[in-house]
Design a protein around this ligand. Structure first.
Ligand code: 2PG
Ligand code: MG
Length: 405
């Protein structure tokens, strides 16, 4: 049994150039786990707080003076005890004293140190089988809007959903869709400078429905050319344009019934297989109506609805609000809390999709978590070093199960 010998916290930057926390956990066998935490822009109202009121500087101060002495000398195998201490020292329901990002970085760094001591992948160390029978689909962002892009559509993410047999096939198909979309936007808007948003998807001054048509056509083109499985998906992040009881788009305002009818129509018209946050984050009942209407055709995924919280998921299960949940460690702050939510989802027959944040870090461990959770998807974007790191880790995990050549 090895013990935690040293814990360090540092300031580092995420992909938006914003400050975040990196944690190093060193075991008494001299093995390290080094992990940093990502940050969201379209954060859910029920997430823990990423940082204390004084930001990263305060997180480092509190972490080093108060937290560190309680973590040193702990058993490296005892993830639950380590995570409990993070909660106890913080003492608030929202990690507002130490910061959810400090907790996330430390919690995952302990798991990483343990995996490194064992000499196996984090995925295996967290319980993934040696040869997984299914791989998480690549859930790749191809066009950005909402809070992740200035001047784009209201919907936040236009997604290539690639649930194929191997990670290599999935990544290739999703990237081909991203490229085909860039070509099509350039063809339609030849004089426009083409930019990319926070998650590496294209940004263009086009409406939601036109963007979806372009995505649908690009997926069909790639399917025809490669015979790979890749389908349209959306993250509406609808809470971001829900105000005073209505869904307020640039070109229309819809009430709940109107929004449900509009989204259900889009699912049918474009063969959408992945549908995230189509309604406001408090709309458990509306989610249930939409899931009853389209849940047999696509994953209906709650992100802001659940914020990875077990208690909110329990409400969604009781109401049949969705058939899937998005999983983000720093919405709840520890690996133990995250895995408890995943366990409840699995026990209740809901799929899980493990997700990046819009401001992310150039590390690949999210792919390990998705494989360990037996998730239906790894949502991670397609371009930019912080996104590619996760795709490449998924490729590496896939290749590791093949016979050596
Ligand atoms: C989302 C995420 C990631 P953010 O809404 O699913 O795509 O965005 O990290 O800004 O919450
Ligand atoms: Mg989302």
């Amino acid at each position: 049994m090895s013990r935690v010998e040293e814990v360090r916290l540092r300031l580092v930057y995420d992909s938006r150039g914003k400050e975040t926390v990196e944690a190093t956990v060193k075991t008494d066998r001299g093995v390290l786990g080094i992990v940093s935490a990502p940050s969201g822009a379209s954060t859910g109202a029920h997430e823990v707080q990423a940082f204390p009121p004084g930001g990263v500087a305060e997180a480092l101060r509190v972490g080093t003076s108060i937290l560190r002495p309680k973590l040193v000398d702990r058993d490296v195998e005892d993830q639950a005890g380590f995570d409990r201490t993070l909660h106890e020292v913080d003492g608030t329901p929202t990690f507002s004293r130490i910061g959810g990002n400090t907790a996330t970085a430390l919690s995952v760094a302990l798991a990483m140190a343990r995996a490194n001591e064992q000499g196996i992948d984090l995925a295996r160390s967290l319980g993934a089988p040696e040869r997984p029978t299914r791989w998480p689909a690549v859930v790749g962002n191809t066009m950005n809007g909402g809070r992740h892009a200035i001047g784009g559509p209201d919907f936040q993410e236009f997604i290539a959903f690639a649930p194929d047999a191997t990670p290599a096939e999935e990544v290739r198909a999703a990237l081909a869709v991203h490229q085909a979309i860039g070509e099509e936007i350039h063809r339609r808007l030849p004089t426009h400078a083409l930019g990319r948003g926070d998650e590496g998807g294209w940004v263009a001054p086009i409406g939601n429905v036109v963007a979806l048509e372009i995505l649908d056509a690009a997926c069909a083109r790639v399917r025809d050319a490669t015979h790979r499985k890749v389908f349209p998906g959306l993250d509406l992040a609808a809470s971001e344009f829900f105000r005073d009881g209505a869904y307020r788009y640039q070109d229309r305002t819809l009430d709940l019934d109107g929004q449900i009818a509009f989204v259900a129509e889009l699912v049918d018209a474009h063969g959408i297989r992945y549908l995230e946050d189509p309604l406001d984050e408090e709309e458990f009942d509306g989610f249930a109506r939409l899931t009853a209407a389209v849940g047999s055709k696509c994953l209906v995924v709650g992100d802001d609805l659940y914020t990875t919280r077990r208690d909110r998921l329990a409400t969604g299960i009781a109401k049949r609000s969705s058939n899937a949940i998005l999983i983000k460690v720093n919405q709840v702050g520890t690996l133990t809390d995250t895995l408890a939510t995943v366990a409840l989802a699995r026990a209740s027959g809901l799929e899980t999709v493990v997700s990046h944040r819009s401001g992310d870090v150039p590390e690949g461990w999210l792919a390990d978590l998705a494989v360990a959770c037996g998730s239906a998807g790894l949502k991670c974007g397609l371009l930019g070093g912080e996104r590619v790191a996760k795709l490449n880790e998924l490729l590496r995990l896939g290749a590791a199960t093949e016979a050596p050549r």
